[in-house]
Design a protein around this ligand. Structure first.
Ligand SMILES: Cc1ncc(COP(=O)(O)O)c(C=O)c1O
Length: 308
């Protein structure tokens, strides 16, 4: 049966974000709770996937095939979308077979998995990579790694309207800046396309500089009406976790009541705290923190750290 994705309208609340260090600096924070968008298709993932899934439906695809690691939030959301809307999903995984909570979940949600090894996974950028997989899964639609590309950015541009619609409920007429974690920069690039003049987009790099975020933003900045600023939030490497990060994250969770995870949102909140404490934002500034989700990976990330 061809794939369809109709009948679901996504909504994530915009809420005040109470953090003692922001209050001390007179900075007003709100958080867009993309983690609450859906119990399974959570965070920025729905926005990154939506147009890809619509394109798949438009082509009459029978299912969707994509790539990721053994803790991939992207494959998790894709498997959940397949289960929700009743289409087949195939995941091509980096490395050798592993048993992680993410892998168990995606299997339970019906995703068929193939482990490519590390060398095989590196081949993903070579011409002809998809030909073999599409011969094996004819009429499947290939979604780029992480739901990236232009369609992913286009979906993420819709996040701005979701914030704007809810400003009156918060008693805000506008905001000065938004702040979010970046891995590939697709989500940030989408926001940059839609942000209004007078606001600044702050991009907290969960990966070390030079890993692609800059390129994603440069692709769209000629069409942007606002500026963006990159902040190093990676703390020495992607998914690297340390005690100070966890202390900051746990304290922010306790203070605000908002759950975070250490790979993306915890690092973004830590970089925001650093900026606020050093007076980066003038008192009275209104900043929207975009919670990009990823909570499905929280327990496993903490466990990996405890085992080091
Ligand atoms: C929870 C979470 N936050 C942020 C990001 C970064 O998004 P992007 O790769 O679009 O920069 C990801 C990765 O997709 C993620 O899983």
């Amino acid at each position: 049966m061809p794939l369809t994705i109709s009948g679901w309208s996504a909504h994530a609340p915009l809420q005040p974000l109470t953090l003692e260090w922001a209050a001390a600096a007179g900075v007003e924070l709100a958080v867009l709770r993309l983690d609450l968008l859906d119990p399974l298709i959570s965070g920025n993932k729905w926005f990154k996937l939506r147009h890809h899934l619509q394109a798949a439906a438009g082509q009459g695809a029978q299912g969707v095939i994509s790539l990721g690691g053994a803790h991939s939030n992207h494959l998790h959301a894709l498997a959940a979308a397949g289960k929700r809307f009743g289409f087949a999903t195939v995941g091509l995984l980096r490395g050798h077979e592993q048993d992680t909570p993410t892998v168990r979940d995606v299997r339970k949600m019906g995703m068929t998995l193939h482990w490519l090894g590390y060398g095989g996974y590196r081949e993903r950028h070579t011409a002809g990579f998809w030909d073999e997989w599409l011969r094996r899964y004819p009429q499947f639609y290939p979604v780029p790694e992480g739901g990236g590309g232009h369609l992913g950015m286009q979906g993420c541009a819709e996040i701005v309207a979701m914030i704007e619609r809810q400003l009156p409920e918060l008693g805000w007429d506008n905001y000065d800046a938004s702040w979010l974690a970046a891995g590939t920069g697709t989500t940030a690039a989408g926001l940059l396309l839609a942000e209004q003049p007078g606001r600044t987009l702050h991009v907290a790099l969960a990966v070390p500089a030079g890993h692609g975020v800059e390129g994603s933003l440069q692709q769209v900045c000629a069409n942007a009406q606002t500026d963006y600023v990159l902040h190093d939030a990676s703390r020495g490497g992607f998914a690297k976790v340390d005690h100070e990060l966890l202390e900051t994250m746990f304290a922010a969770e306790a203070d605000s009541g908002v759950p975070l995870e250490p790979v993306y949102t915890g690092k973004a909140i830590m970089a925001l705290r650093h900026a606020v404490r050093r007076g980066y934002f003038v008192a009275g500034s209104r900043v929207v923190f975009i919670h990009t989700g990823g909570l499905q990976g929280r327990a496993a990330a903490l466990e990996r750290f405890n085992q080091v």
